[in-house]
Design a protein around this ligand. Structure first.
Ligand code: PEP
Ligand code: MG
Length: 834
């Protein structure tokens, strides 16, 4: 068996592989092959680094021997995919008394001292994780070494192999920490992802003549458009140029002195190197470089960091320039990246109620209920409720709650605080360092001076783009999505071979879906329309009607409202299919739950409160989700479905008169038996005939069934005989297949996932093994009985790449997901068909 050596010098012909040595090592080899001036470098593969974490060191004297005497080295991490992260770079390993003396002879005592102190500090704080405070303030090497001795109870190591061993061990172990693991898993890394390390000869920044270090890229990280970005620090090292105010610009710049003023040929060489990398490495790179007495070295090149927007712009521009094929532009972008581009923003409203401000630490805005603990945030997310995690500051124990939260707000910390870094990594909006906040975690409340006190559960809006925290749910605006994003979506549309529709209940949802270019509406949940102000009372009158005449009168008032709803949707969708689901939830959901509400309803209905209360009690069920809802209600109170069918047909006629002919799709929820479909179909056909004869207008419609009970999946054959389409509602189907309440599962879901009972929450990630088998059975039986039956999935799983892959393999016609998931779904679908 071939084994990978413990380490390999990076030469043009060495066997360096991304899946063994990581992407940085591979990239450095490519630079070497392009004949770019890279200092000597050695790559340590994943296996070696795993062994180091367990205490087994390779022969470091041999490693250092490759660089020759008196060489300082750096160590950088090299994970398999660039965005999986890794511990930060450590510079100047090998620095000791002898080297300090040597440097003093060349650069003078004070430069050498500063250099030595910096290394001792970095070794103590970054490598050995000693307290930073002990190494603050002005220090001499002697003082720094004695601080080190105090903290460690041993002398500062002089032996370069000892220093290197410690650095390697610390980096190898950092990779195994929980935070690092969760962060990279959020980017799609497998649980056992390896870390490679590269050891490189230092090209010292401090020196004679034109010496220093810088970082440069030729695209904007924000927009992906061409733009020279970076800094150069004379006598500097590493990436210090990016954070020091005395650093220079790269290009000639009216804002201040630039590297181009001093060394135009260096800037030209950097530009040429970046262009070479763009065409040959087929990527926009960020280059780390040093100058030693005017001599240029390229130490490292990484994919230029980029926002989601820049990521799309760069991929599209590489494809448009013929550097990569379109297919590759589509496959390069992880579908979930698009989520970040779709960040909503707060409407810049002069009347918005700003509670406080902090640092805009991670972009996007979100609103939700205040949660003061990570556990509360997780519980809230499990219930499907948006939440804002509010903490004085966050720490690694909060990571799961941060993942679950819609936004994060902290009292302390800045751009690089734990909260800010993690939030950006997770793509969650964050405002950090809102110093006016007064958080009382015992009372679970927050306030700012002069404002009312907010409690857990109150709603606030966090705008991570502006740093503002707003009272209540602020008005949001949708992101502007043109240019490269639209091009990418066009390419995805041309590639994908499965339809993508949106779940849309309101005109706003439908308009958003249209902006994303959907193939239609796959699920319009009509019950949401009855919660609107003004309608709820009529709805309640309908529920409370004691005889068919009173019920008919209430439904008569609901009819025009529903007709207007549907007409609006049809007109917005301009002839594209719109699938309307008939009324689904239990009636008592529309009734008040507290005494105050009961009194208000009694007044409105002019009934004694006791009568209202007892009627509500009669409607209560032990298990409403398995009770009188969906088609069961449609059969026992058929007037509701009849009213909805009439509204749909009348809207069809009105909308078709104005624009493209509309063929509405009517979907029956919660079916479990063929007879249910027959009964409802007979009534709806009856309404259609009545409307046609009243109006003397013709129209067609498609009647279908929502398959969301296990029995409907099993009996899909006979159900399909009466159904033009079957749409799998995987939310209820998951609930009923597992016997697991959608509304209560959050209580134990994290324990279940933690202990590996479920690999993932099955309400988030489709359970291919169990629920998936029912889908396959249902699809097969349905198709056998009716070969032209349309098949689709419309549960929350519809927007997830894994379920889209499943549906595509099963030959489904489309998936339907929330409007905001549409771009993700389109890209995932395109990638699956490439
Ligand atoms: C479903 O059950 O999958 C579904 C889409 O319907 P709802 O979520 O409205 O129950
Ligand atoms: Mg359902």
């Amino acid at each position: 068996m071939l084994t990978t050596p413990d380490f390999t010098e990076i030469t043009p012909t060495a066997d360096i592989r991304t899946d063994r040595h990581g992407n940085r090592a591979k990239c450095l080899q490519r630079l070497v092959r392009l004949d770019l001036p890279v200092p000597p470098t050695v790559a340590l593969p994943f296996d070696t680094v795993r062994a180091i974490a367990q205490g087994r060191m390779p022969d470091l004297a041999q490693v250092l021997g490759l660089f020759g005497p008196d060489t300082l080295v750096s160590v950088r991490s090299s994970s398999e995919a660039a965005d999986w992260g890794g511990p930060g770079t450590i510079l100047n390993i090998g620095m000791n008394d002898a080297q300090a003396e040597r440097l003093a002879a060349i650069h003078g005592q004070s430069a050498a001292d500063a250099f030595y102190v910096n290394f001792i500090r970095s070794y103590a704080v970054d490598v050995l994780r000693l307290d930073e405070d002990a190494f603050e303030g002005p220090l001499t090497p002697r003082l720094a070494k004695s601080q080190f001795e105090d903290e460690m109870e041993e002398e500062f190591p002089q032996d370069p192999t000892v220093q290197l061993a410690q650095v390697l061990k610390s980096m190898a172990r950092a990779w195994e920490g929980t935070t690092a693991r969760l962060l990279r898993q959020a980017k799609g890394a497998p649980a056992d992802a390896g870390l490679g390390l590269v050891v490189q000869q230092m090209a010292l920044g401090p020196g004679k003549g034109l010496s220093g270090a810088g970082v440069v890229q030729f695209v904007s990280s924000e927009t992906g458009e061409p733009q020279v970005t970076g800094r150069y620090l004379p006598q500097g090292q590493g990436r210090a140029a990016l954070s020091k105010s005395e650093a220079r610009y790269i290009e000639h710049d009216e804002r201040g002195p630039s590297l181009e003023d001093d060394a135009p040929e260096t800037v030209a060489a950097l530009r040429e190197a970046a262009l070479l990398m763009r065409t040959r490495l087929r990527e926009e790179m960020q280059i780390e470089f040093t100058l030693m007495d005017g001599h240029l070295s390229l130490l490292d090149a990484v994919r230029a960091p980029r926002s989601a927007r820049a990521e799309v712009a760069i991929a599209v521009s590489l494809a448009e320039d013929g550097i990569i094929p379109r297919h590759e532009a589509l496959t390069r972008i992880a579908p979930n990246t698009l989520n970040q581009m779709l960040h909503r923003q707060v409407l810049p409203d002069p009347h918005r109620d700003v509670l406080t401000t902090g640092i805009a630490a991670a972009p996007g805005a979100a609103q939700g209920r205040i949660c003061f603990t990570a556990a509360a945030a997780q519980a809230s997310a499990a219930k499907g409720e948006a939440c804002i995690l509010v903490r004085r500051e966050t720490s690694p124990e909060d990571i799961r709650g941060m993942h679950a939260a819609d936004a994060i707000l902290t009292e302390r910390g800045g751009m690089t605080s734990h909260a800010a870094v993690i939030a950006r990594g997770l793509g969650v909006p964050c405002v950090a360092g809102a110093t006016q906040l007064q958080i009382d975690s015992r009372k679970k409340s927050l306030t700012v001076p002069g404002r009312k006190v907010f409690h857990e559960g109150d709603i606030i809006t966090v705008d991570g783009s502006s740093g503002e925290v707003l009272v209540g749910a602020a008005t949001m605006i949708e992101p502007a999505l043109g240019g490269a994003f639209a091009t990418l979506m066009d390419w995805a549309d041309a590639e994908r071979d499965i339809g993508i529709r949106a779940n849309a209940d309101t005109a706003g949802d439908a308009a958003m879906a249209q902006r994303f270019g959907v193939d239609g509406i796959g699920l319009c949940r009509t019950e949401h329309m009855f919660f609107e102000a003004g309608r709820l009372t009529v709805m309640r009158e309908m529920i409370f009607a004691e005889n068919p005449e009173d019920r008919a009168a209430a439904l008569e008032r609901l009819l025009p409202m529903q007709r207007a709803d549907f007409q609006g949707l049809f007109e917005l969708m301009r002839g594209q299919p719109v699938c309307i689901r008939l009324f689904d939830p239990p009636l008592h959901e529309f009734l008040p739950g507290d005494r105050e509400g009961i009194h208000a309803l009694a007044e409105a209905l002019d009934l004694p409160a006791s009568r209202v209360a007892s009627r509500i009690e009669n409607l209560q069920e032990f298990n409403p989700m398995l009770g009188m809802r969906g088609v069961r209600l449609g059969i026992t109170v058929p007037e509701i479905y009849e009213m909805q069918a009439r509204a749909i047909f009348e809207a069809t006629i009105a909308a078709s008169r104005k624009g493209a002919p509309v063929v509405p799709e009517i979907m029956i929820p919660l079916v479990s038996a063929r007879r249910e479909v027959e009964l409802v179909k007979a009534r709806i056909d009856g309404v259609a005939s009545a409307v046609k004869s009243e109006t003397r207008k013709e129209f067609t419609y498609r009647l279908g069934v929502m398959v969301e009970t296990p029995r409907a999946a099993l009996r899909a054959g006979e159900i399909a005989e009466h159904s033009a389409f079957l749409s799998f509602g995987t939310n209820d189907l998951t609930q009923m297949t597992y016997g697991l309440s959608r509304d209560d599962a959050g209580r134990f879901m994290s324990a279940y996932v933690h202990q590996g009972v479920f690999a993932e929450d099955p309400f988030t990630q489709l359970d291919i093994d169990g629920v998936g088998e029912l889908l396959l059975l249902g699809a097969e039986r349905g198709r056998e009985a009716r070969p032209d039956v349309t098949l689709s999935l419309c549960g929350e799983h519809g927007g997830h790449p894994q379920s889209i892959g499943f549906c595509r393999r099963a030959g489904f016609d489309y998936v339907s997901c929330s409007p905001f998931r549409v771009p993700v779904a389109k890209l995932a679908a395109a990638q699956l068909s490439i």
